[in-house]
Design a binder for this molecule. Structure first.
Ligand code: ATP
Ligand code: MG
Length: 571
């Protein structure tokens, strides 16, 4: 399996991948009069995940690249009424829009084509290319043969056209119970490709459909509905993931056998996105939601678009990530670090800088006048001069992060230690004179003195060089904030692989994937709007929770730590 580590092995630029080369050649040759019409065809049976983002960026991206003679359709493949819901349709539209793409007026549903699809099936029957099979599912399975042995023809395979048409009508009229019979394409029971061994194209399902209601009790199979929906919409390039490669002959068979189709699409496959430390299947993600192992589809630990949105990932970062991963014809595994790298890259440009202390420990500056408050001007974003400045209060009592103090320092610890000196970022240097503990020996306060002569980066005179710079907040002015520190959802890179066929991927859920702390943050955050990005200086990127953060109750989600492998031992 190919592996995409952080930035090494950088794939070819987007314009050079095999799909784009193929499409460019088609445009050059004026196939479909030079039009490029793609589609993103989700089944509305769950929320979209990062894998879908790859497909969305490809399909909608191609439409943008080939404008104006191009477009991308959003098509709901809603052929399985038992698993589909309106909630999913709405979330999918929201997610595609959030990623920055627009289908214009081209939102379609496979269910819109049920009548046409029924007609195509009748056409196949008339051509002697489809038949109603009364075998049970078990019999059909048993007669399918294997990779080494051909299948056995059904005893119903040679029914007359008239009989088949009548039976198919009766299937539609609801005369048979579920499982009594199916409609199959009549292709080749000896084909080396199992998908060509008389595939089922219609089945009976007495289920209510979220759009067609109870109008139908037979539903087309995906492999039948998909190519014909593509053709009905005039799709030129039907791009899907590798697992459909063996379905391509059936796709082509249907497009060539059904007459009167308005379009002539063809299918090509690319490798799906696999990401370390997560699972990328709606069915598995649904399991996590149903069993309450996460708080919902939009839990910030989920690889769903709604989850990463709530975590604070940005559409730009996701698009950059998809472009960086690129397209291959071989299965590949992408490291989570690459995604985080893209997220940091975008947030660094836009996130407002603030001071936040995750695990507060009090510092008293014993030589700083009681009652005095000074306002320091701090840059909102050094990467963006337009972002302006804000006042940050400094006073006698502060909070610093417990991680920035060690009573018994390990080697190379350059932050605050008893008797040692450290710089308070954008302020001055302080020396720790005394560690105050409670009856249980827990540190409650550090008593320090500050050196006024060390402001504006001036070095202390007559004392050793100060190596550490730490962040802080003024205790009297600080606000309480609930901060959710998210970590990997699973403890192993490939939970599916690790679990194997028999095992349960959920056994590898990371029990420490969420830690909630009561942080102290600078007062400017009282104005934090839900859904805003911040960089807590030296700590990481945080996102004010779009659902729960409000004036009077600050809630932040950690989007991503500041550096790869943020280390406790170094300043
Ligand atoms: P899941 O297994 O999560 O249910 P799916 O393929 O069944 O995914 P669909 O709703 O049928 O989900 O997928 C819509 C489109 O998204 C398809 O064209 C599919 O190929 C693509 N897609 C799904 N998963 C990935 C992935 N991991 N990487 C790239 N494309 C994907
Ligand atoms: Mg699917």
């Amino acid at each position: 399996m190919l592996r995409f580590p952080l930035m090494s092995n950088a794939p070819a630029p987007a314009s050079k991948d095999f799909i784009r080369e193929m499409i460019n050649a088609d445009v050059e040759a004026q196939r479909s009069e030079g039009w490029v019409i793609t589609r993103f065809p989700p089944e509305p049976n769950g929320y979209l995940h990062l894998g879908h983002a790859k497909s969305i960026c490809l399909n909608f991206g191609l439409a943008l690249e080939h404008a104006p003679k191009a477009r991308c359709h959003l098509r709901f493949d809603d052929t399985n009424p038992t698993k589909e819901e309106v909630e999913y349709v709405e979330s999918i539209q929201e997610d595609v829009r959030w990623l920055g793409f627009d289908w214009g007026t081209h939102c379609y549903y496979a269910s819109d084509y049920f009548e046409s699809l029924f007609g195509f099936a009748q056409q196949l029957i008339r051509k002697g290319l489809a038949y109603v099979d009364d075998q049970s599912l078990e019999q059909m399975r048993a007669n399918r043969g294997s990779l080494t042995a051909p299948g056995t023809e059904s005893p119903f395979r040679n029914r007359s056209v008239q009989e088949n048409l009548a039976l198919f009508d009766r299937m539609r009229a609801g005369e048979f119970p579920e499982g009594a019979c199916v409609l199959r394409a009549k292709i080749d029971m000896a084909s080396p490709n199992m998908n060509m061994r008389d595939p089922v194209i219609y089945r009976i399902l007495k289920a209510h459909h979220h759009r067609t209601g109870d109008a139908w009790c037979i539903y087309p199979m995906y492999d039948f509905a998909h190519p014909l929906s593509d053709a009905l919409e005039g799709i030129t390039h039907s791009l899907c993931t590798l697992e459909f490669e063996h379905h391509r002959p059936l796709y082509e068979w249907l497009i060539s056998q059904v007459e009167g189709l308005p379009g002539n699409p063809y299918q090509r496959e690319f490798a799906r996105l696999n990401l370390t430390y997560t699972v990328m299947s709606k069915r598995k993600l649904l399991e996590l939601v149903r069993e309450g192992l996460v708080t919902g589809w939009d839990d910030p630990r989920m690889p769903t678009i709604s989850g990463i949105r709530r975590r604070g990932y940005t559409p730009t970062a996701i698009r950059t990530f998809c472009e960086t991963v690129g397209l291959t014809k071989f299965p590949s595994l992408t490291e989570l670090e690459l995604l985080e790298h893209c997220v940091r890259g975008d947030l660094n440009k836009h996130a407002q800088r603030v001071y936040g202390v995750l695990r507060p420990i009090k510092v008293v500056l014993t030589n700083y006048p009681e009652g005095q408050v000074e306002m320091l001007e701090m840059a909102n974003n050094p990467e963006d001069p337009e972002a302006g400045k804000r006042p940050v209060p400094l006073s006698r009592e502060l909070y610093i992060d417990a991680d920035d103090f060690m009573e018994h320092p390990v080697p190379d610890f350059h932050r605050l230690v008893p008797g040692g000196e450290v710089r308070l970022k954008f302020a001055f240097c302080i020396i720790c004179n005394e560690v105050v503990k409670d009856a249980d020996g827990k540190i409650v306060e550090l008593r320090c003195t500050y050196d006024d002569a060390t402001r504006h980066g001036v070095k202390p005179v007559g004392r050793p060089r100060v190596k550490g710079i730490i962040h802080w907040v003024s205790a009297a002015h600080a606000l309480d904030a609930e901060v959710r520190l998210y970590d990997k959802l699973f403890t192993v890179e490939q939970p599916d692989e690790a679990a194997g066929e028999e095992g349960d991927f959920k056994q590898f859920l990371n029990p420490d994937s969420l830690e909630t702390v009561c942080a102290k943050v600078e007062p400017s955050l009282s104005e934090a709007k839900p859904g805003s990005h911040f960089q807590f200086e030296r700590v990481g990127y945080f996102f004010s929770d779009p659902k729960e953060c409000r004036p009077g109750k600050l809630v932040f989600n950690r989007t991503v730590a500041l550096k790869d492998g943020f280390s406790k031992a170094k300043a």
